[in-house]
Every structure is written in structure tokens, then in C-alpha cells.
Design a protein around this ligand. Structure first.
Ligand code: SAM
Length: 285
């Protein structure tokens, strides 16, 4: 069954007596090549478990199940559960769980289902909750190999941007702590039903196997990023001294220690810069 075919989508939903739920960010893919491409590119080896978030009626789920050993898909909308049990009935390597991913204990879920295999995440994410889901995954203590997600195109640009670019933000600097990010491809709004207002793009995060950075005080490292981007137009020194209890002298000295000008703004600082700055503050406060 081609689960990207518009007539098929309409008929399986009509049969189940359900309609698209806007509050769950339901925009289903209608171009079969997209889930094929995402599934092809979301991980490097097939002997693994894939955690999918929001399977919808299962168009990406089936492509994942054809390529990888095991798929566990978490779907919030209970109306879609009977639909998925029909559309995915040909597969014996898929488990569908009816839950809100934000309420799921990710570590416990992976321990229960992964059988010791490496795990990747793959999802066409609901756009209303992209960043919280990414942070929920990254802070879960699970060592994912890769996280591949479809997000709004402008969010993809932000996630994959470099320091100094206008797209660079707090989430970019935080993501750099966990791994490397690249944009795979753009997907036009016309490839979804209902069509969203903006285009989308697929990004892949390759997580570091071993931590690339080990800040002396992780909380301070995160707080520096948060404070620097909350007041984006301010210099790093003014933004941090307004939010955190450190003198401008200390902050200027921290910047000098990494060869940065005292008037630099947070948007020019890399993840590594934030680690070094927070380490300097920790050692000299
Ligand atoms: N994977 C399908 C596709 O590509 O056509 C559907 C993607 S649609 C953009 C997002 C899916 O995530 C919907 O099925 C929606 O019900 C589900 N969803 C929304 N919020 C969720 C949450 N908090 N936890 C789990 N699933 C969620």
C-alpha cells in the first residue's frame, strides 16, 4: 500500500473515522520519494533499532522497517493506533506505542526495546514542538548514533548554521556540544497533506561517541549560552553580566583568554568558545 498516496491517506482516515489534528502538527507526506530518502540517509548500518516519533499513518515507518532491524514508533494520537495496526500489518519488526514522546522515559524505552543494538532516531517532527523534542532526546542519557529529523526549513538553517551567521542561535551552540549537524535536503510545502505554510528540510545530527567537550561546570556552560542569546543584540559581556553574577572585568578577561574582542556578541562564539569561557569563569571567579 502506498501510504503517501493522497487517495490512500484519505480513505484510511475516513475508514477510521478520523481527521487531521492540527494541534498535533499532522502534516503527512504525500511524495513517496521523501520517506525513502530519509530512511536511506538516517543511519549507516542496518543492524539497529530506529526510534520514530509521530508515525502518522506509517509512510516513513514502513520504509524504516524495510531497511533496519527494528522500529519503535511513538504516536500521541490514539485515533491513529488502529490505522497503524492495519497499514503496518505486513511487518513483524515494528512496535507502535501510543504516548506523548515528551512524557516517555527515553532511556527506559531504549533499554526495553533495543536488545543492545545501536539506536538512531528518525522522524518527521510535529513542528509545534521541535526544539523541546530534540532537547528531550539529547538530555535522555541515551547514546544515539544519529538523530535525523524533518523540521521547518528555517529551523533546519538554524540547527545547521555556523557562528557568525544570522541563523546561529542558542540551540545551535548547544547542539554543537552533542554532535555535528548537517542539512540533508529541502522538502517543499507541496509534499504534505495538509500543506503547511512553509517549506521543510531534513537535518541529520551525528552524535559524538565520546564527549568532544567536558566543561568544568556544565550548568554554567549552558547558562552562558542561554544568557548570551536571550539578549542577542547585546555584547557577550553585557548580556552575561546582566543575567549572571559575574563582573565585566572577569568576563573581559575570559574573552581575552580565548583571543576574542570584549565587544563580541554571543552569535560569533562557537560551542568550544562557550566551554572555554565558562571554564575560565569557573577557575577565576
Ligand atoms: N510520519 C508521518 C509522515 O511523515 O507523514 C507524520 C508526521 S506529522 C508531521 C507528525 C506526527 O507526530 C503526527 O502523527 C502527530 O500525531 C505526531 N505527534 C505530535 N506530537 C507528538 C508527541 N508529543 N508525541 C508523539 N507523537 C506526536
Amino acid at each position: 500500500m502506498d501510504l503517501c498516496n493522497i487517495s490512500v491517506i484519505k480513505s484510511v482516515m475516513a475508514d477510521a473515522g478520523i481527521t487531521f489534528r492540527k494541534e498535533f502538527g499532522q502534516n503527512f507526506l504525500t511524495n513517496r520519494m521523501i520517506p525513502e530518502d530519509i530512511a536511506d540517509n538516517c543511519a549507516d548500518t542496518s543492524e539497529r533499532m530506529i526510534l520514530e516519533i509521530g508515525p502518522g499513518i506509517g509512510c516513513l515507518t514502513q520504509e524504516l522497517a524495510m531497511r533496519y532491524k527494528k522500529v519503535v514508533a511513538v504516536e500521541i494520537d490514539k485515533g491513529l493506533i488502529p490505522v497503524l495496526s492495519k497499514t503496518l500489518s505486513d511487518f513483524d519488526n515494528i512496535t507502535v506505542i501510543n504516548d506523548d514522546i515528551m512524557k516517555v522515559d527515553i532511556k527506559a524505552l531504549i533499554d526495553e526495546y533495543s536488545e543492545g543494538m545501536p539506536v538512531s532516531v528518525c522522524a518527521n517532527l510535529p513542528y509545534y514542538i521541535t526544539t523541546p523534542i530534540l532537547m528531550h532526546l539529547l538530555e535522555s542519557d541515551v547514546k544515539f548514533s544519529t538523530i535525523t529529523v524533518m523540521v521547518q526549513n528555517e529551523v533546519a538553517a538554524r540547527l545547521a548554521s555556523k557562528p557568525g551567521s544570522s541563523d546561529y542561535g542558542a540551540i545551535t551552540a548547544v547542539l554543537g556540544y552533542y554532535g555535528t549537524v548537517r542539512k540533508l535536503f529541502k522538502v517543499s510545502a507541496g509534499c504534505f497533506m495538509p500543506a503547511p505554510k512553509v517549506d521543510s528540510a531534513v537535518v541529520r545530527i551525528d552524535l559524538y561517541r565520546e564527549p568532544a567537550y567536558t566543561p568544568l561546570d556544565e550548568k554554567l556552560f549552558r547558562n552562558c549560552i542561554k544568557a548570551a542569546f536571550e539578549m542577542r543584540r547585546k555584547t557577550f559581556v553585557n548580556a552575561i553580566s546582566a543575567k549572571l553574577p559575574y563582573t565585566k572585568e572577569l568576563l573581559c578577561a575570559a574573552l581575552a583568554s580565548i583571543g576574542q574582542d570584549e565587544n563580541v556578541r554571543g552569535e560569533r562564539l562557537s560551542t568550544e568558545d562557550f566551554v572555554k569561557l565558562s571554564d575560565y569563569i569557573t577557575e577565576n571567579k
